[in-house]
Design a protein around this ligand. Structure first.
Ligand SMILES: C[S@@+](CC[C@H](N)C(=O)[O-])C[C@H]1O[C@@H](n2cnc3c(N)ncnc32)[C@H](O)[C@@H]1O
Length: 182
């Protein structure tokens, strides 16, 4: 949720976010200078809230809010995108905290499967938030970590992985194409 890093270092033409919540990621992406922002949210009241918040940007086709479960709607959202994407994968259960939940508490594996099906060996950047909870069995998110990393490497074997600060230190996993200049 918290982007305690400079998103500009991960710039690409398109930013794709799973889990819009109150629009903090959209705002950060606008400030960083992405040309186009696609954000997916499962909880209808948040889709409505952000449709009002970003009314002007939506009208100018800079921001698009997609209502749906990212475990299913990511693939149709990204398959027509021809330019490189920076993914901010941040969808997870938030129903105790003013958000919603989809068919899984944390749909990261289903999201990566859809990225693999549509974006194999493209030079996309993938940022995965909340590693403290993804890796913590007692959080009950039931993420299959082996499968998560297998999918990452299959999407792009050149990925260099590094951890940067999010909500807590090293909470964001960055997957950067080998030849991406940082
Ligand atoms: C941590 S918040 C996202 C914060 C936001 N990305 C930011 O940077 O400010 C998680 C959001 O994911 C949403 N969510 C939960 N499961 C989802 C799913 N399967 N598909 C899409 N959105 C989901 C929740 O309703 C909540 O708004």
């Amino acid at each position: 949720m918290s982007m305690k890093f400079d998103l500009k270092q991960f710039i690409n033409p398109v930013f794709v976010e799973t889990g819009t919540f109150h629009g903090g990621g959209v705002k950060a992406a606008l400030n960083a200078g992405f040309d186009k922002i696609l954000t997916l949210e499962v909880f209808a009241p948040l889709v409505e809230e952000n449709s009002v918040r970003f009314e002007k940007e939506i009208e100018h086709k800079k921001v698009q809010i997609i209502h749906g479960d990212s475990g299913f709607v990511l693939k149709p959202t990204i398959q027509e995108v021809s330019s490189n994407i920076t993914f901010w994968l941040d969808a997870h259960i938030q129903s105790m905290n003013g958000g919603g939940e989809g068919s899984e508490r944390c749909p990261i594996v289903a999201e990566l499967e859809q990225i693999l099906a549509t974006r194999k060996e493209k030079k996309d950047i993938i940022l995965i938030d909340d590693m403290r909870l993804i890796e913590n069995r007692s959080a009950g998110w039931s993420v299959n970590l082996n499968e998560m990393y297998r999918l990452i490497w299959e999407i792009n074997p050149s990925y260099v992985l590094k951890r940067i600060d999010g909500h807590i230190p090293y909470d964001v996993l960055c997957c950067i194409p080998g030849d991406y200049a940082l």
